[in-house]
Design a protein around this ligand. Structure first.
Ligand SMILES: [Zn+2]
Length: 318
């Protein structure tokens, strides 16, 4: 499908906090994959979740990427500058009848869904949307607006289910990975003073298309998003990128590294006198690209980079 298109990858961080070695791992793999094929790589700041974003973090992210030796092409794209394009995509989905307005609150969904699974109760996992509003047509938004009832837009689960896909690292994967959520939100509702806007799933797809992205390299915690994003891409009539879902990096307690774990941020490691070549050296060992822990540069790794050699499965940052 990507036939004659030249390779283009991307970094798509959210400016909500410091980058940590898990980001370094997935961004370095995105860079290595694109650059080892003489491709481009773009930077996009995914700041649609306004409430959690801090403007100064964008500067920190660029500094961390440059410190590790990663460059990018052109100007960074800021997702909140793309609202018109996101709206246009929503209009297209409406015309195709694949979305409907949903007035359910989170509490409504929890009530309507079946009892939570063991261990799920307080985990914050979104419960499967039970389809309460699915009988609404895409034209009923006008009535809701007239009545002042807030609503989001949900995409219908395709008749034949979510699309299967082939991951460049993990092989063939089923679309049923996306079944956990059911019909999902593509446009968030207005809430109080906060205006609604595109969901992560819609914005990612529209902006990847705009930037000409042919390769999406990201953490495998996003695997279940991929069938949803592929469904949007199909409805909008675009070509799908290749996906590479890379292993998560865990902390010593076996938890996924998160931005709140400030002691493990790249900025903190830098302040401790750890050089980027040491971080890249450890990443190369864990990826399986290099058997012994030695200092590395991205340029050196680029010469030996090969997806086939990459290990799968989570690993611990030490
Ligand atoms: Zn609903």
């Amino acid at each position: 499908m990507n036939g004659s298109r030249s390779v283009a990858g991307r970094f798509a961080p959210s400016p909500t906090g410091f980058l940590h070695p898990g980001h370094a791992s997935s961004f370095a793999l995105a860079w290595l994959s694109a650059r080892s094929q003489n491709g481009s790589i773009f930077l996009r700041l995914e700041n649609i979740d306004d409430s959690r974003c801090r403007p100064e973090t964008s500067t920190e992210i660029k500094r961390d990427l440059a410190w590790l030796g990663m460059d990018w092409d052109g100007q960074p794209l800021t997702q909140t500058d793309r609202l018109e394009a996101h709206l246009f995509a929503l209009e297209t989905l409406k015309k195709r009848g694949t979305v409907y307005p949903c007035t359910c609150s989170r509490a409504d969904i929890v009530r309507a869904a079946s009892a939570p699974q063991v261990g799920e109760r307080d985990s914050g996992i979104t419960r499967r949307y039970p389809g309460t509003c699915a009988q609404r047509s895409e034209t009923e938004d006008r009535n809701l607006i007239a009545q002042g009832i807030p609503f989001c837009w949900r995409m219908r689960t395709p008749k034949n289910g979510w699309p299967d896909f082939v991951d460049g690292l993990l092989g063939k994967l089923p679309g049923s990975l996306a079944d956990n959520e059911g019909d999902f939100v593509v446009w968030r509702a207005n809430k109080g003073n906060q205006r609604g806007g595109p969901s992560y799933q819609l914005a990612v797809v529209v902006d990847d298309v705009f930037q000409g992205v042919t390769e999406v390299v990201r953490g495998d915690d996003l695997l279940d998003s991929t069938p949803r994003q592929l469904a949007i891409i199909q409805e909008l009539g675009h070509s799908a990128p290749k996906y590479f879902h890379v292993p998560l990096v865990l902390d010593a307690a076996g938890r996924r590294l998160a931005k709140r774990a400030g002691s493990l941020s790249l900025a903190q490691l830098r302040a401790q006198g750890i050089g980027p070549w040491m971080i890249l050296g450890q990443l190369a060992v864990q990826w399986g690209l290099n058997p012994t822990a030695c200092e590395q540069t991205l340029e050196r790794l680029r010469a030996i980079f090969c997806w086939n050699q990459l290990k799968t499965g989570p690993w611990e940052w030490r």
